[in-house]
Design a binder for this molecule. Sequence first.
Ligand code: SF4
Length: 393
Amino acid sequence: MLDRTPHLRGRAYTDIVLGLYVHIPFCAAICNYCNFNRGLFDRELKDRYLSALVSEIAAAGDGTPADTIFFGGGTPSMLEPDEIGSIVEALRLYFALTPGAEVTLEANPETVTLANLEGFRQAGVNRLSFGVQSFRDAELARLGRLHSSARAEEAFQMARQAGFSNVSLDLMMWLPQQSVADWLQSVDSLIRIGPDHASLYLLEIYPNAPLRDAMARGQWSQAPDDDAADMYLAAMERLEHAGLVQYEISNVARGGLESRHNRKYWTGGSWLGFGCGAHSTRDGVRWKNTSSTESYVSAVARGDSCRTDLHVLSEEERLEEVLFMGLRLVEGVDVEAIARDFGVDVWRRYGADLQPFVSQELLVYDRPRLRLTRPGMLLANEIMRVFISPSVR
Ligand code: SF4
């Protein structure tokens, strides 16, 4: 059983209504840029994994209210609807799921049919997040994705037909050989299709990614940095014009359909993660489950803890987190709330270092809110370094 810190200042930043994350680490093929915790689908391992998930949920469940569930991966849509349903039921049994809870399933376009989408809805899923990445087939092929642009659009239409009124699409920018015009073509396709939410990510190529070799072989390159900035700014402008309003560095939504689950990460909420490699943060205590699928399944089967890296956040770490994550939101952070909860006057402590960014219109201090401007979001990492204590900068 975890020790909980008995009293925490900054408590207003924790949300007693939990978010619940469930990791599904299986994929039909491994994309050449992927750095997530995933492996190839294996039916026998999947069966054992699902049993382990239910056991982990049962052991952790304490009836606490929860208002979001997020199935992430991997490719959660590779599971059968009744398998998703049994996990939702376990969560419902061991936590107090609030009425109207947001239940998101990440889906890859090639895995869905009208029948399984209807099944997911019946299983309790009410939000879909499709990993589209691009609406240009040549770009999808370079990334090793299994779907085409047409298949992504078809998947979206089937989701609507199945009754999903909250659908998000992910796109990735700065892809190999992608020009600003190519990127905006994908953005325009997304706007035409009309999702309720979209996430835009910058492709990061990690050191050992097979994509690096493929790029060398194919002599593919990424556009210059300045073009990446143009991609971001032009996309946000077009999306906003189309009614998809930016609310976070990488996220836009229509009509307030922001991701309630992800909001917990950005506003110092509490969440529990189930499955291999899942992270949890609850009442200022953080931990991570063992990453390997096999080790996770074996630990749970033996009745051992699968939790690693347990860390009680210090008050300084909690403050840093509130500033780092909160500034990702367009609304920024409320410095008066921080003064109340942490006893820290943010402007007195960091103002001298932040003022140059304010002067360059990258940051706005409109008391009580401190927020990044859109150009500031492009330099978020540099600006946020101000909040890291000098010893670890
Ligand atoms: S589908 Fe997603 S999780 Fe699976 S390999 Fe591709 S990028 Fe990684």
